[in-house]
Ligand binder design. Structure first.
Ligand SMILES: [Zn+2]
Length: 65
């Protein structure tokens, strides 16, 4: 069974299952309890990215509990 990837509670970045800290912001507050995967390729042109305060391209969770 595939392990679920972990979303960062701080920046919503999606990290690999084995990560202990966030690849994007370095926070150790990761959770498997998230929903809604969004890929942001051009943060500076994306309304979603602006709303989520995302400045780096990558995969993000819409909702993190
Ligand atoms: Zn993060």
């Amino acid at each position: 069974m595939a392990k679920k990837r972990k979303a960062c509670r701080e920046c919503h970045y999606i990290n690999e299952p084995d990560n202990q800290t966030c690849n994007n912001c370095g926070s150790s507050s990761l959770t498997e309890d998230w929903a809604g995967y969004v890929v942001i390729t051009h943060p500076e042109q994306s309304e979603v990215a602006t709303e989520m305060n995302v400045s780096e391209a990558g995969g993000y969770a819409l909702k993190v509990r």
